[in-house]
Design a protein around this ligand. Structure first.
Ligand SMILES: Cc1cc2nc3c(=O)[nH]c(=O)nc-3n(C[C@H](O)[C@H](O)[C@H](O)COP(=O)(O)OP(=O)(O)OC[C@H]3O[C@@H](n4cnc5c(N)ncnc54)[C@H](O)[C@@H]3O)c2cc1C
Length: 498
């Protein structure tokens, strides 16, 4: 039986989750098809987590318009969705005359874009704000409206809110074929078929291939990799703002982010993705990062690094058919503005291809854009019952001892600490599994509760989390995966009697 929808969103990352949420503001039967067992496991789970103020983007572009507005309303968005947000502001620092010129350019650009509160700081002023910076720092640009958020926390919250407002979410549903019909699209996923009058393609690194299922190639993604380090909360107090280092020479500067959880994120580098597994770290990139640190914050305690991870940038390039070679060839530079692909060849098929930074900042705005376009195309009316609010999941480590004790008395699972580093209880882990869309893997629990993301990186709690997932899902412990297809943590047999 073919399931029918008005709109199908392909992909459950930040863009798919926000597109679905915005579509539920209209009388449209909406579904999200996500290939993986969980949401936000693609580009959304590996990025710099910054809410940009909008002084980096070229004036007059869609990117800059969306970014400035998004930054100014980000606290409200996070309040609606019950997501933690740190409005810490950013400073861009330089160590020489070229950097200082770049800062002034960004200051002027920011003013033109409508960014509020920008201020150029002297050496004394910047060192007062960030005393651990290298004393040779020359000047800085302060952008108080920047901040940081946990990307998957935001994406999962948007998807939960979309589901609460009527969207259907189908996980483990990889789109394998799309056929245009007279009045819409037939979408295939293994042995299932769906019909939709319109489609929003948010398939991240696969978005170009999804687009090519319905029209001639016009844009292709050429991925590039990046590496990050995460420092333990012990080092967290060393910085207060997001710090962008504007280098003097043509090289990548260092970015430091004081995360919502109190860690410091360092990165990203820019390295070739060829030959690398997607989301792998590169030794060369990590070496580069470590070498930059003493030039920016000499006493940053690198012995507190608890993790490194790799990211993939979906660089989009326009392509055109070359009759001589009979192939599609790339044209000029990569596309820098946010481009939403929509053509007469495939009406009602909107594609977000190669949405890079600041795609996290602008995810809600991009989702709104898609929903407005689709509602116009399908003549859909707004839905008065749409509720933008989603309650924040319970986090015992944010409660007073009295409140936590009261909860533990009502339900002893809230009194049993599983993750010692982040003080996450069994009750919260059970909640994260029982919610919809709930955690089915150890990393799914991590994304929702923070368990396994502390200093020991799951050394103490992974086994207990496996047991809880197995018990809650009624599966043997050996079937529990770390992070999706094939990532089994333990063998079968004796372990299943855990
Ligand atoms: C290195 C890096 C740093 C960044 N830093 C920032 C930052 O600090 N601030 C900021 O604002 N932005 C930042 N961004 C941008 C931001 O992270 C992205 O724009 C955003 O996460 C993109 O989300 P997405 O939904 O498009 O992609 P994804 O998160 O990759 O989601 C795509 C989803 O589609 C699914 N999918 C793929 N193929 C199929 C299929 N055939 N069928 C069904 N599902 C499918 C995938 O499983 C995946 O879940 C950064 C990006 C990168 C790469």
């Amino acid at each position: 039986m073919r399931k029918r929808f008005d709109v199908i969103v392909i992909g459950g990352g930040l863009l798919g989750s926000f597109s679905a949420r915005s579509l539920t503001k209209y009388r449209l039967k909406t579904a999200v098809l996500e290939a993986r067992e969980d949401l936000c496991t693609g580009i959304t789970r590996a990025n710099t987590a910054i809410v940009y103020s909008g002084c980096d983007t070229k004036p007059g572009t869609r990117k800059s318009r969306m970014c400035v507005r998004a930054a100014q309303s980000f606290s409200q968005l996070c309040e609606e969705l019950g997501v933690r947000y740190s409005a810490c502001g950013s400073i861009m620092i330089c160590f020489g005359p070229k950097g200082e010129k770049a800062l002034r350019r960004k200051y002027d650009q920011g003013l033109e874009n409508g960014v509020r509160g920008l201020k150029l700081l002297s050496q004394r002023e910047v060192l007062e704000l960030e005393p651990h910076l290298h004393p040779a720092v020359r000047a800085a640009l302060l952008a108080p409206e920047a901040g940081t958020v946990i990307p998957w926390e935001l994406g999962i919250a948007a998807a939960e809110n979309a589901v609460a407002n009527g969207a259907e979410l189908l996980l483990n549903t990889k789109v394998t074929g799309i056929r245009r019909t007279e009045n819409g699209y037939v979408i295939t996923s293994d042995d299932q078929e769906f019909f939709a009058r319109a489609v929003v393609n948010c398939a991240g690194l696969s978005a170009d291939r999804i687009l090519e299922a319905v029209q001639k190639p016009c844009v292709r993604i050429f991925p590039e990799a990046g590496d990050y380090y995460v420092l333990d909360t012990k080092a967290g107090g060393m910085i207060r703002h997001v710090i962008f280092h504007e280098p003097e020479e043509k090289e990548k500067g260092l970015t430091l982010v004081p995360t919502v959880d109190g860690n410091i994120l360092l990165g990203p580098t820019k390295v070739s993705a060829s030959g690398l597994e997607a989301f792998a770290v590169s030794r060369e990139g990590l070496k580069e990062l470590a070498a930059l640190v003493p030039r920016v914050i000499p006493d940053l305690p690198m012995e507190h690094v608890i993790r490194s991870f790799g990211a993939v940038r979906p660089n989009p390039f326009r392509v055109a058919y070359d009759a001589e070679s009979g192939t599609y060839v790339t044209q000029e530079e990569s596309i820098s503005d946010f481009t939403v692909h929509e053509s007469g060849e495939a009406p009602g098929f909107l594609s977000f291809v190669g949405i890079k930074t600041p795609g996290l900042t602008c995810a809600a705005a991009l989702g709104e854009y898609a929903a407005e376009r689709i509602s116009l195309l399908l003549h859909a009316e707004p839905k008065e019952t749409f509720n933008p609010m989603r309650a924040m999941p319970l986090r015992l480590n944010t409660l007073s001892p009295e409140e936590a004790a009261k909860l533990a008395a009502e339900n002893p699972a809230y009194g049993r600490i599983v993750c010692r580093c982040r003080k996450v209880t069994e009750g919260e882990i059970v909640d994260s599994i029982r919610r919809f869309p709930g955690a089915v893997t150890v990393d799914g629990v991590k994304r929702r509760t923070g368990a396994c993301s502390g200093r020991c990186q799951g050394s103490y709690c992974t086994q207990k989390i496996i047991e809880i997932i197995a018990r809650e899902r009624g599966i043997p412990p050996s079937s529990v995966q770390k992070d999706g297809p094939g990532s089994y943590l333990i063998g079968g047999g004796i372990h299943d009697s855990l």
